[in-house]
Design a protein around this ligand. Sequence first.
Ligand SMILES: Cc1cc2nc3c(=O)[nH]c(=O)nc-3n(C[C@H](O)[C@H](O)[C@H](O)COP(=O)(O)OP(=O)(O)OC[C@H]3O[C@@H](n4cnc5c(N)ncnc54)[C@H](O)[C@@H]3O)c2cc1C
Length: 458
Amino acid sequence: MTLADFTTTADARPASLRDALGDRVLFAGDPGYDAARVPWNVAVDQRPYAVVRPETPEEVVEVVRAAAAAGLRVAPQSTGHAAAALADTDLANVVLVSLAGMRGVTVDPVTRTARVLGGSLWNDVIEATAPHGLTALHGSAGDVSVVGYTLSGGLSFYARAHGLAINTVQAVQVVIADGSLVRASADENAELFWAMRGGSGAFGVVVSLELDLLSYTDVFAGMMLWDASRAVEISHTWAEWTATAPESATTTLRVMNFPPLPELPPFLSGRSVVVIDGAILETDAVASALLAPLRALAPEMDTFTRIPAAGLLAVHMDPPGPTPAVTAHSMLMELPAEAVEAFVAAGATPGVFFAELRHLGGAIARRPEHAGAVASAEGAYLAHTVAMVPFPEAEAEADDAVRAGLAALERWKASNLMLNFIDGGADRDAGFGEAVERLRALKQRFDPHDVFASAHAL
Ligand SMILES: Cc1cc2nc3c(=O)[nH]c(=O)nc-3n(C[C@H](O)[C@H](O)[C@H](O)COP(=O)(O)OP(=O)(O)OC[C@H]3O[C@@H](n4cnc5c(N)ncnc54)[C@H](O)[C@@H]3O)c2cc1C
């Protein structure tokens, strides 16, 4: 299909968008459209009406106005890590606004805050903050975007001590459905500010975000690894250990199954392993004493030591680039011995790449004063399963594998979910929690024609 095909239609939509952004608007059939529509999760074959790549807030304003005037919807996307969640929405009438060209970070070391452009990645932030001895509540992967992660919760290795990243947001600059660029903070557009912290891309395109930073130049962090033949024993010990671990310790446990691939290091290639990793915000002596019960299990590898805070981005060994995957998750209220065994079985489910438990509680469970719609998470652990989708026909089987693994944990599940870990097909209300009715009312007010399509629709 060519541009001429579109412009002969009665509404001439492409022309109005083309006027707004010239050749940074790509329609199906345009050279570049296919490359531009590919998200980080390359298992998702997203085919929006158009892909637009603005480079300035003014261009975002023009795109939103042109799209809304043409009766099209708008979906902000920074990286496509959550493309599977957006895929629950029909994109045939949606202009995908890729923020990938709007990256940049300014740090104010005095106020310990950062101003982050709408498409910035955590790698960008940590590179800018580290020289000032500052860091932020980033997640396990440096190529996840700050806005997508933070405005849907943001679970970091600092979380049990410092809470969810969403509570560090001081202000957002956002283009809303009427095409205006507004600042929302505790003092300006306070209701929109409340809604953005959880409602995220359902309320507009964020062109920048202001965040509080943390003063850590280094942290005690790392990982321990064992062969999966010891998964039951290691997982039981970790479950008991987390039951009394202080809030300064945020760790995860994974059972991982690696295919034999030459690009993998020999200690992973073709092996199933158990990995515990995380950060302990204590002195070396206290952290070492805390880790003693895990070290007593004689890990084959143990990298826990004091590292520069920026190094925390590499500890979880997330994939270095775009990856085709399906995932599922549940929140667990507790992790008794029987649940540990069900979890280990989940990790051994054929097709599951890894099964993960993230230790929650502490500040994650506490809602700070003046918080937004989403601010905390109930549950003692988050259970997460991931399967690879090497070719499209493998998707159904991969999806079954991740769900089958979690089904065995049904008895210990909480009713809530974490928005950031919802990868499609799940009930978003369980992620919005008690905020959902007020969020819907505010969505009606700020976006009455449902212009914005988001990974987590309201
Ligand atoms: C490998 C991997 C590791 C992860 N690790 C963690 C982790 O440690 N902790 C954690 O909490 N989560 C983690 N996640 C989940 C991740 O935080 C979510 O997938 C998040 O939504 C990704 O944000 P993104 O902007 O990169 O993705 P995108 O798919 O680009 O965006 C997701 C949604 O965010 C919104 N959005 C993004 N940018 C904008 C913008 N500029 N304006 C308005 N809305 C916007 C939109 O609603 C969009 O649909 C991980 C995911 C992956 C795949």
